[in-house]
Design a protein around this ligand. Structure first.
Ligand code: AMP
Ligand code: MG
Length: 425
């Protein structure tokens, strides 16, 4: 028997319309909730949530739904007002429940991707040139994450990379994805329900209210090669990224030991610092970007795909900076992960096309994690990445992420090589 979750009957929001996709008349979550009084943590809230230890336990544990929906400041006041009657409750950390669910969603989706890879790629039931394993995993991961987000935060819209139009056209593919999802998920779904969950990701984004942004498999080529890919989830509130989670199933815990333990998860909330854990342990370790003072003392990372970032321009930038080591070429937002923990000092994404607009799901989580680890992230003109203008970063070009002491030096080398004009102030 199949059940339609209660939250699946919610209606109408402004959605990105893919002209090729089927019309969905029901099943959309409510529009974003009305503007809240306070969207970013005050210093007091940030201090309350910021761990002081280098290593702490799980980010979130057992926050109530009430605590989730109220801004942290309001909860603080409510506790203070009721202090005479009720015993004091522990203060919820900023976005505590969102963090808990996002981590769970990313881990579940990452494990699903790993099992698809094992079954369909590594056991060579299909050749690596066959794209279908990544398609199956992509859709499966997006539907699992959307189910979890919709169950816990039914009014939050989602900007997801995938929509279900390819599944409507291919019944065999749809059945494979459905079997996969129903094999993992606690609540059996029909094909239609699964497609509707996938299409919850059709939100248009923008500058008002809160929404999630999801790339179920960032770095699809890395996934197919058995190399790096990432499940990327972030929460954007009034155009600012407030929470980011990256699941990197194949990322070595120590890059110098590629045959050692693999599987890293990165998580950050605004004002709360950045943390890493492995897939096998829920212990979070605080991470920081490199503190080198000169770019020549570090290495830079870039895309494996020359079609995503100009490797020749990056080589010239590195040479101008006096960087002699090889670049670290890696697919996906894992690059933000290794910069955030200091395994590389710089991430360069140099545009190869005048017209390409970076997608918000390719950068939201990674950017916040690097910033919370003490780094600086801008585009190649030194502008902050603007997540408030829809599904793409149309106000930005490329990415320069680096440790805070070297970002200005790297940016001036980028401008010199690319001959970018100084922005007019
Ligand atoms: P990476 O693994 O860092 O090379 O980035 C993978 C992402 O590159 C994919 O998720 C795509 O959204 C994105 N992408 C596709 N085409 C381009 C392009 N021409 N320039 C930059 N990024 C691109
Ligand atoms: Mg991507």
């Amino acid at each position: 028997m199949t059940r339609t979750p209660r939250s699946a009957t919610k209606k109408k929001a402004t959605y990105y319309e893919n002209s090729d996709s089927e019309e969905i008349t029901e099943f959309r979550p409510s529009p974003p909730p009305p503007k809240r009084q306070r969207k970013t943590p005050t210093k007091k809230q940030a201090a309350a949530q910021a761990p002081v230890e280098e290593t702490v336990g799980e980010t979130a544990s057992g926050a109530t739904e009430d605590a989730v929906q109220a801004p942290a400041g309001e909860v603080v006041e409510a506790v203070a007002a009721g202090a005479a009657e009720e015993p004091a409750k522990p203060l919820p950390k900023y976005l505590e429940a969102e963090t808990k669910i996002a981590v769970e969603a990313v881990l579940t989706a990452s494990r699903l991707c790993q099992s698809v890879f094992k079954a369909l790629v590594s056991e060579e039931t299909l050749t690596k040139s066959d794209k279908s394993p990544v398609t199956v995993a992509d859709f499966g991961a997006q539907s699992l994450v959307n189910v979890l987000l919709n169950r816990h935060f039914p009014t939050d819209p989602i900007v997801g990379e995938e929509d279900s139009k390819d599944l409507h056209a291919d019944t065999a593919l749809r059945t494979r994805v459905l079997d996969l999802v129903n094999g993992v998920h606690d609540q059996e779904m029909s094909a239609d329900e699964m497609c509707k969950y996938i299409d919850l990701g059709n939100y248009a984004g923008g500058s008002k209210g809160r929404f999630w942004t999801l790339d179920p498999i960032d770095g699809t080529k890395g996934f197919l090669r058995g190399e790096q890919y990432a499940v990327c989830l972030a929460l954007v509130v009034d155009g600012k990224v407030e929470l980011g989670v990256l699941g990197c199933p194949n990322l070595p815990v120590n890059l110098a030991e590629p045959e050692g333990e693999r599987g890293c998860l990165f998580v950050a909330t605004r004002g709360g610092g950045a943390f890493q854990r492995t897939f096998s342990s829920d212990i979070l370790t605080k991470i920081s970007v490199t503190d080198v003072k000169k770019a020549s003392e570090t290495v830079f990372c870039e895309s494996v795909e020359a079609g995503h970032s100009s490797q020749s321009d990056a080589a010239q930038i590195a040479s101008l900076l006096g960087i002699t080591g090889e670049s670290v070429r890696m697919d996906s937002q894992c690059k933000y992960g290794i910069v955030s923990r200091g395994s590389a000092g710089i991430y360069l994404r140099v545009p190869v096309s005048e017209t390409y607009e970076e997608k918000i799901w390719d950068h939201a989580g990674g950017m916040l994690i690097v910033e919370e680890a003490g780094g600086v992230v801008t585009d190649i003109d030194g502008k902050h990445l603007d997540f408030s203008v829809g599904r793409t970063l149309k106000n930005n070009k490329g990415v320069v992420a680096a440790g805070k002491h070297i970002h200005a030096e790297v940016l001036s080398a980028v401008k010199a090589v690319l001959k970018r004009e100084e922005p007019k102030l």
